[in-house]
Design a binder for this molecule. Structure first.
Ligand code: PGA
Length: 250
């Protein structure tokens, strides 16, 4: 059903104004890419760069933020926060919500649940990150962990499910070069999809994230039921990101 694959770049706390040229280069590549490809390419940038994107230079690529405030109001006394409305005004169509790096800094399941609602109410699609620690993985608790994160994020948000993309990112895989085995990922993705279909009567795209690069994409592209990728480090290097897409479609 989701033949349109996602390639989402997460620049994290990286990038200067001049680095936006990398995005325009990738846009050119995508436009000229010979094969008939059907993809969603999204760049999730730090807040500092969101207003600097020249939207006239991009049409294939969409822009997203890496977080939004857990506040239902658009403007107010929340020092250091940026609301869903504010990023939407800058042309964002997506926002990452619940990245493990933010959960680690104290973002709670309750915050994440609210952020999904606030994002949807402003027409922002939520890229909901879920994933387990290495200890949980070792103790075979991965699925229970992810299941509880999904349940908690979806609670009272059923009407917003069409606005959500899930990124399964084992925390121990982020930035480490460690990737779970294919057999494990095949069955894990199937279990997540079945769970959402059965309990929420929806088909939500599920992506893989964690050390994706041009070196491992040829094997990662074969994960059953995987709708695309959330790419951190490798998205900062123009050629690496382009090679990921090229190799995916070879
Ligand atoms: P990584 O990051 O690709 O550098 O592992 C992925 C992420 O944290 O979204």
């Amino acid at each position: 059903m989701y033949s349109k694959k996602y390639f989402i770049a997460n620049w994290k706390m990286n990038g200067e104004p001049k680095d936006l040229d990398r995005i325009y280069k990738i846009e050119k590549f995508l436009k000229n890419f010979k094969k008939k490809i059907n993809l969603n390419c999204i760049f999730c940038l730090p807040f500092t760069l969101l207003g600097l994107i020249n939207h006239k230079k991009i049409s294939v690529i969409k822009i997203g933020s890496q977080n939004i405030a857990a506040s239902s109001i658009d403007y107010g006394a929340f020092t250091g926060s940026v609301s869903a409305k504010m990023v939407r005004q800058l042309g964002c169509k997506y926002t990452i919500i619940g990245h493990s790096e933010n959960r680690n800094e104290g973002e709670t399941d309750k915050d994440i649940n609210k952020k999904i609602e606030f994002a949807s109410s402003k027409n922002l699609k939520a890229i909901l990150c879920v994933g387990e620690t290495f200890n949980e993985f070792k103790n075979k608790k991965s699925f229970n962990k992810v299941k509880s994160q999904i349940y908690s994020a979806f609670k009272d948000n059923k009407r917003h499910l069409g606005n959500i993309v899930i990124a399964y990112e084992p925390i121990w895989s982020i930035g480490t070069g460690l990737i779970p085995e294919k057999v494990y990922l095949d069955s894990f993705f199937k279990k997540i999809k079945d769970l959402i279909r059965k309990d929420f009567k929806k088909n939500v795209p599920v992506l893989y994230g964690g050390s994706v690069s041009s070196k491992n994409i040829s094997s990662l592209k074969n994960i059953d039921c995987c709708d695309g990728f959330l790419i951190g480090g490798a998205s900062l290097k123009t050629q690496n990101f382009i090679d990921i897409i090229k190799k995916y479609y070879i």
